[in-house]
Design a protein around this ligand. Structure first.
Ligand SMILES: [Zn+2]
Ligand SMILES: [Zn+2]
Length: 697
């Protein structure tokens, strides 16, 4: 090209044909258009220019509008995944455990040892393991073996793993170990990962560029979500492409067909943006020319966009001025504290009727009434699924047997329905005490209506929503009541029964300035079962405080990485990597920021302390975190990255510790958020005083 004097950047290729078309292309990524998916594609705009002028600039206006329509993703992948009790999921899981699934299972259980086979795929697994410094036989998640043998974490869908090939199970193992291998350690059971297990291990990236964002949806891709323990279904792939699955007139398309449909589709939001731009770019050009010479189209677009539209805030203001809640407040509503007191004694019954095993999470009941539960972390599963050759494993747990009686879900649900009010309101002066960070100050003007009653793991949930536009629009806040097990903290038998209430305002994520990431509740209340004086003690999150603490570790136990089968080759590879031309500068910058731990292992990476004691610090809040934290023995059900629990007080809610890169047992604690109590009620008729309860998040 060069020797012909052609410049790729500036020259235009012109074909002499009977009719002239111009083309303009741009690169787009789906996650810039509101969907949590990384999908890099190039879109081309082709048009017929006026007067056959092949230097027509309409394409630039098209690109300006497409760029203007970008809207960064606001909801993570999990928001696009159907709930476990959704009909589609229930039907799919029933098929897995029905005749069709049993046939596939039989085939999978006839498969001899993949590791000793002559399969052409085997080398990808062995090479990846060797290259990443993962022990050849490390199988800590699924413990897979020949003829269907496996022991998997209790939150995985067993019926799905039972039809999964050994090669794919090994990809899960490698991905899990790779997540732990990263200098910034992750426990795959608790982090949002998106693994395409139909690929061979060497091809699949174990981490996305951004967590909570799906990788590219491809036809035939078999995606596994380790933190949810399940695959992604075809319908969910369509939803991740922005295609309104529930409004499509589909017939009896199979899972594979739906998946292919989604993989071959274009993301709807991107298509819409490019089409809208194509329809309007001519008008934009005309307006730009009208406005004068050399007017920047983006500037003109921004000006148009700031024209008043009926935004959420305005609609909320209209709702607030109506103050629907005031009529409810004047009429004699049932006092919510009486509801809490009525619900608390039901906690035990609620647990019995709840989901006690993952095989029950989509609506069915296990055929057995024998269950096992861990005394420490509360994880449970049924005797049928706790199988020594192909089932869940609770080896690291301290289990006890439980037998439940008659478990009729419907009976308990209607009991709950009779007690919980259909709508609740909050008190003005209670709401006024909430910190302004939550943007909850007007929530007392709204009525919270019952949305649904949900069967959850070892608890039942009652969800209320407050909605904009006089209760018909989008939800702006939620109030959630859970009855059953409300905490499983502390050492032995730390499982508490009772009722929990949580108020969450969605407004930080809906009104400018937008807050990204998970929203924490503004206020919490807890009434324990059997407590005589069921005081409604509301607590709210305190402002984050910074203080110096002395953190010391004692005792030795193998680290999570060592348990996962990571060997010395892994840290060595990281060191070697950091010296390559590409990473040199990035690592140097990280060092400067004091973030070396994101790149290297500490020298003592193979051991973690058994106990961590925290002392020191000057503020009053610091003393509330003092104490000795003990490493939890429960694997796969407690996040390996924050596993030290405070021994002394069971009401403290756990603790986050990241391993620092400094040698020998020194740790860096992430910020503590403390919950301070509200000195007054949020609703009810009696004023309640509570001051002393502090919790660590
Ligand atoms: Zn446990
Ligand atoms: Zn089960």
């Amino acid at each position: 090209m060069e020797h012909n004097g052609i410049s790729k950047a500036n020259d235009t290729l012109v074909f002499e044909t009977g009719v002239t078309y111009c083309a303009h292309y741009m690169k787009v990524d789906t996650k810039d258009f509101g969907l949590p998916q990384t999908r890099n594609r190039t879109y081309m705009f082709v048009w017929q220019p006026e007067n056959e002028d092949f230097e027509d600039d309409l394409g630039e206006y098209w690109e300006a509008i497409v760029s203007f329509l970008k809207s960064p993703v606001r909801h993570s992948l999990e928001a696009f995944i159907l709930e476990a009790d959704h009909d589609i999921i229930r039907v799919f899981r029933e098929a897995l455990s029905g005749p069709a699934g049993r046939t596939s299972k039989r085939a999978a259980f006839l498969e001899p040892d993949f590791w000793a086979s002559t399969s052409a795929n085997l080398k990808y697994s062995t090479i990846t393991r060797e290259r990443s410094g993962i022990d050849e036989m490390a199988r800590t998640v699924t413990s897979w073996g020949a003829y269907g043998e496996k022991q998997c974490p209790p939150h995985y869908w067993l019926e799905y793993l039972n039809i999964t090939e050994q090669r794919q199970l090994d990809v899960i193992e490698i991905m899990h170990a790779s997540a732990a291998r990263d200098a910034e350690l992750h426990d795959s059971s608790f982090s949002s990962f998106f693994w395409n297990i139909s690929q061979n291990a060497g091809k699949e990236k174990h981490r996305g560029a951004k967590s909570g964002i799906a990788g590219c949806i491809t036809p035939g891709g078999n995606v596994f979500l380790p933190h949810m323990g399940r695959p992604i279904l075809g319908s969910e792939k369509l939803l991740l492409q922005g295609i309104p699955y529930f409004r499509l007139l589909l017939n009896n398309e199979t899972e594979v067909q739906l998946g292919d449909l989604a993989g071959n589709a274009m993301s709807l939001t991107v298509v819409c943006a490019t089409m809208l731009a194509a329809l309007t770019c001519k008008q934009l050009r005309a307006e730009c020319h009208e406005a004068g010479k050399n007017v920047d189209p983006t500037k003109l677009l921004n000006k148009t966009a700031s024209l008043p539209t009926k935004a959420l805030q305005e609609r909320l203001d209209a709702d607030i001025s109506m103050d629907i809640a005031v009529t409810h407040r004047e009429s004699t509503l049932p006092c919510i504290s009486s509801v809490f007191n009525q619900l608390a004694p039901l906690a035990e019954e609620a647990v019995e009727a709840s989901i006690l095993c993952t095989c029950e999470s989509s609506g069915r009941n296990s055929s057995t009434c024998e269950f096992v539960q861990c005394r420490r972390c509360g994880a449970s599963c049924c005797r049928d699924c706790l199988h020594s050759t192909a089932g869940y494993q609770l080896r690291s747990h301290d289990t006890k047997s439980i037998t439940v009686g008659d478990r009729t879900q419907g009976a308990f649900q209607s009991k709950l329905q009779n007690i919980v009010p259909t709508s609740v309101i909050f008190d003005e002066d209670g709401i006024a005490e909430l910190s302004s960070d939550h943007r909850a100050k007007d929530l007392d003007k709204f009525v919270f209506n019952l949305h649904r009653i949900q069967r959850r793991r070892r608890a039942w949930r009652v969800i209320y929503y407050a909605k904009a536009d006089a209760g018909t629009g989008e939800p702006i806040a939620q109030f959630v009541l859970s009855v059953g097990e409300i905490a499983a903290k502390g050492a032995d038998d730390g499982i508490q029964l009772g009722v929990n209430g949580e108020l969450t305002s969605f407004l930080p994520a809906k009104l400018h300035p937008l807050v990204y990431g998970p929203i924490s509740p503004c206020a919490k209340v807890r009434v324990l079962m059997g407590s005589e004086d069921a005081k409604m003690m509301w607590s709210q999150r305190m402002k984050t405080e910074t203080t110096d603490l002395v953190v010391e570790g004692t005792g030795e136990s193998p680290s999570f990485r060592a348990e996962t089968g990571i060997n010395q080759d892994a840290p060595d590879a990281l060191v070697a990597n950091s010296k390559t031309k590409y990473y040199q500068k990035i690592v140097a910058n990280a060092k400067q920021r004091g973030e070396e731990r994101r790149w290297f292992y500490p020298s003592n990476w193979e051991v973690w302390p058994e106990n961590i004691s925290i002392s020191g610090g000057s503020s009053g809040a610091a003393s509330t975190v003092h104490g000795t934290y003990v490493r939890s023995n429960c694997r796969q059900t407690t996040n390996q990255v924050r596993r030290w629990r405070l021994q002394r007080a069971s009401e403290l809610l756990g603790f986050i510790i990241i391993l620092g890169s400094n040698p020998f047992f020194r740790f860096r604690a992430r910020s503590f958020s403390l919950l301070a109590s509200l000195s007054s009620r949020l609703f009810g008729s009696e004023r309640l005083m509570a001051r002393s309860q502090l919790c660590i998040y």
